[in-house]
Design a protein around this ligand. Sequence first.
Ligand code: ADP
Ligand code: MG
Length: 304
Amino acid sequence: MGTTYTVKWVGGNEAQISAIRKEVTTALLSVNQAMSTYIADSELSLLNQLPVEGEVELSDSLFFVLSLAQRISKETLGAFDITVGPLVNLWGFGPDGRALRAPTDSDILLLQESIGFENLVLSSTPQKALKKTALYIDLSAIAKGYGVDVLASIMEKNNIRDYLVEIGGELRAQGHKPNNQDWKIAIESPVKGERKVQKVLSISNTGIATSGDYRNYFEEEGIRYSHTIDPNTGKPIAHRLASVTVLMPTCAEADAMATAFMVMGEERAFEFAVKHDVDAFFIIKSNQNFIEKMTPGFDKRLVK
Ligand code: ADP
Ligand code: MG
């Protein structure tokens, strides 16, 4: 996943630590082998190479994540869409590497013809995927969160009830710290090259994920192009939202929803969050400053 991970829990001894280290390593390798577009023979890469109208049986984990992604695409009216992969690559944010300039409108239109989550048809018993168009799927906005949920399930399986697991900043907090308090999580301020704390949260029994435009982007003639693509326009999002943090029961959902909220922009996303009872925090650019906006549920978790 091109990032680091952390597994923390309360209690434990050397033997347990080394057993869990092994379990975690194996589990994460298998998530990568199922879902990475950076591995040429991953299960997802093979699905991506499948011709139009091709059908393939899926592993439980890939089927689970694709199904969840489809559900979130429907709920967010297509703001979240794992089939934007070709556009991600065209804009230089995929495995092929950086773009130096923005692509042309006709390049974008051409790719948009095959894009759309409804062109991926999933069926169960047996679990299969069918490609209606030349789809290329990119799970970068959900697989990290899913990996965190896999880490959480390893903790649960080992009867560990107090833990904090994290991959690349997306995390799950469960139970309490050794002092019996909730886990404290800092949210970074969305300033390029800087690592400053914007807010501190006190959380337990939740997944949490942040998406932002301040770490992964390229600049051309003073315009910043984000790695989040609006599936509607085929272009990187262009609005005032600098970062979104989302709390949801699982980290996969939080990860995907944070990306969807970036696409929606703060007004639509805020409305959606309140309506669907999702706790969320928005940092919005305003001249030289940032404005914060949060749902009432999120406000309750702030350490003040
Ligand atoms: P990060 O990788 O910083 O955690 P995200 O979770 O928001 O950020 O994932 C961003 C990645 O998701 C992009 O690099 C791209 O691969 C993919 N992506 C971009 N736009 C979308 C979208 N609208 N729906 C789903 N995935 C997207
Ligand atoms: Mg995401």
